[in-house]
Design a protein around this ligand. Structure first.
Ligand code: PRP
Ligand code: URA
Length: 209
């Protein structure tokens, strides 16, 4: 079974509380999502491989460590995942970016794919899938399946808020994919929204409602 990591860092929890507030506007919501993504990626990448290298400082030669393993690709699930990309790139500027377009059919709650473009060398990369909301888990599970169908084997999922139902779905469908969340909420309501959640992440991020 894949790991679930819930970040309890005070800065992340403080920022998430402001995002949940229905009175927080688009500008602040967007800024906070980017900031939390930046803080989360710091921990998500904690176990990346490094190798010893020699560096000559102005004083002397010394042994240091540099990243040596797979390079990263960040893959937002459109649309709301876009709000986490800059936060990741602030920390890992050389990461490539792929895009997966999925929307959740409001009647069936099933994900519908409308776009997928991954970096050409994505099979050699560590793929970080980002999406603020993990509700039923249908979108994330489908996105990961599409990425696997294209040959990728090393995948991590990063969400702002998850419902237990979504975590269970991804863990069952993709036991090899570790999940990182800032908040693990109570449950889903009858419309498939996370309770207490923060409402519709895409609408709050882009101001479309
Ligand atoms: C939201 C969210 C996830 C999905 C989660 O996207 O950003 O992608 O719902 O729900 P699930 O776990 O039940 O699949 P939405 O479908 O609203 O599209 P949007 O990002 O374009 O607003
Ligand atoms: N998508 C959202 O944006 N919010 C939810 O609570 C569930 C799915």
């Amino acid at each position: 079974m894949s790991n679930l990591v819930v970040f309890d860092h005070p800065l992340i929890q403080h920022k998430l509380s402001i995002m949940r507030d229905k009175n927080t506007g688009v500008k602040e919501f967007r800024e906070l999502l980017e900031e939390i993504a930046m803080l989360m990626i710091y921990e998500v990448t904690r176990n990346l491989e490094t190798e010893e290298v020699e560096v000559e400082t102005p004083i002397c030669k010394c042994k240091c460590r540099k990243l040596s393993g797979r390079k990263l690709a960040v893959v937002p699930i459109l649309r709301a995942g876009l709000g986490m990309v800059d936060g990741v790139l602030n920390m890992v500027p050389a990461a490539k970016v792929g895009h997966i377009g999925l929307y959740r059919d409001p009647q069936t709650l099933e994900p519908v794919e409308y776009y997928c473009k991954l970096p050409a060398d994505s099979t050699e990369r560590e793929i970080i899938v980002v999406d603020p909301m993990l509700a039923t888990g249908g979108s994330a599970s489908a996105a990961i399946s599409f990425i696997k169908q294209r040959g990728c084997t090393h995948i991590r999922l990063v969400n702002l808020i998850a419902a237990p139902e979504g975590v269970k779905r991804v863990q069952e469908d993709h036991p090899d994919v570790d999940i990182f969340v800032a908040g693990l909420d109570s449950h889903l309501n009858d419309h498939g929204y996370i309770v207490p959640g923060l409402g519709d992440a895409g609408d709050r991020l882009f101001g479309t409602k």
